[in-house]
Design a protein around this ligand. Structure first.
Ligand code: PEP
Ligand code: MN
Length: 333
């Protein structure tokens, strides 16, 4: 349920409404808009049948939400969520680029990448130190050492770090290194992890699970937001279909739907979404056209030697070409 408060509501009326919500064992989530204040009420609302709130002073209207996601929906918050991380913004009309290698492999690799990307004006450096690999025999990431390499590179070139967390137990470790916690496709429904990330004060980039519906993806974001963290970036990274020419099927229609249904920023990862570097530019342009808030792409100083996702990683020349075309592309023309 969503309660829209009157513009001229008094402090006392507002307090009465909030305490009534608490007295029913429900939790109020307050969204202070430019025009109006809205309260999202979460919990088992059936109790309100016995204690209806309609007559309370200061309430303009009550909207019953039938959708399973509430806090992440545009019914709860009309305006786009803009995430401000140390002065760099994500969402709200800007198109941002997160770039870097699939895995952190060495300090030199991260230094070279950060130096190159920062010169292009890119603020967000990605790189996995904890890697969710299909095979237990594949490179699993450098762990803490990888985070240290990344941190030194990001600090030297004034970039922000995006890195994947696989286990709630690692939150404390990653917290000192990362600016945006990435939840990978394989962990999208790790509900304990989502809830714990909901209790921290850093943004979360939530990838769509490879077999998840739009609804399940938004419900995963709802898990995070319900615990108090509303700085969530949704990231479409392709889903499993019968098609095997591409690594996944990049579902751009889900991006349009997510933007319509939710106020959260939505990114696209065309690297994992297609698994093919020649598709990164066209899919990035398409992402811009459909109103995505940015893309996350894999770049490596020497993709042939990359320890993971070599085929979908661009080298600096390839990135150069793609980035200049993406930057120069305006839509609508
Ligand atoms: C990644 O970004 O390196 C990654 C493993 O992505 P995904 O979770 O989308 O497979
Ligand atoms: Mn990868």
């Amino acid at each position: 349920m969503i309660i829209v408060l009157k513009k001229n509501i008094s402090k006392k009326e507002k307090e009465d409404i909030i305490s009534r919500i608490h007295s029913c064992g429900l939790t109020p989530h307050i969204s202070q808009g430019t025009e109006r204040t809205i309260i999202g009420v979460v919990g088992d609302e059936r109790i309100l049948q016995a204690k209806p709130m309609d007559g309370m002073k200061g309430i303009e209207k009550i909207i019953n939400i039938l959708k399973p996601y509430k806090l992440v929906s545009r019914d709860f918050k009309k305006e786009d969520t803009v995430i401000n991380i140390k002065g760099r913004k994500i969402g709200g009309g800007d198109f941002s680029v997160i770039a870097g290698p699939c895995s952190v492999e060495s300090e030199e690799q991260m230094m070279m990448t950060a130096e190159y990307l920062s010169k292009k004006g890119i603020s967000f450096l990605r790189g996995g130190a904890f890697k969710p690999r299909t095979s237990p025999y594949s490179f699993q990431g450098l762990g803490r050492e990888g985070l240290e390499f990344m941190k030194r590179a990001a600090s030297k070139y004034d970039m922000l770090i995006v890195s994947e967390i696989m286990d709630a137990q690692d939150i404390e470790l990653l917290y000192d290194f990362v600016d945006i916690f990435q939840v990978g496709a394989r962990n999208m429904q790790n509900f304990i992890l989502l809830q714990e990330l909901g209790a921290i004060d850093k943004p979360i980039l939530l990838k769509r699970g490879m077999s998840s519906t739009l609804k399940e993806w938004l419900m995963a974001a709802e898990y995070i937001m319900l615990k108090g963290n509303s700085n969530i970036i949704l990231c479409e990274r392709g889903i499993r279909t019968f098609e095997d020419y591409t690594r996944n099927t990049l579902d751009l229609s889900a991006v349009i739907a997510a933007k319509n249904i939710s106020h959260l920023p939505v990114f696209v990862d065309p690297s994992h979404g297609t698994g093919r570097k020649e598709m990164i530019l066209p899919m990035s342009l398409a992402s811009k056209v459909i109103g995505a808030d940015g893309v996350m792409v894999e770049v490596h100083p020497n993709p042939e030697k990359a320890l993971s996702d070599s085929a979908q990683s661009m080298d600096f020349n390839e990135f150069d070409d793609m980035f200049s075309k993406l930057e120069g592309f305006k839509w609508p023309v």
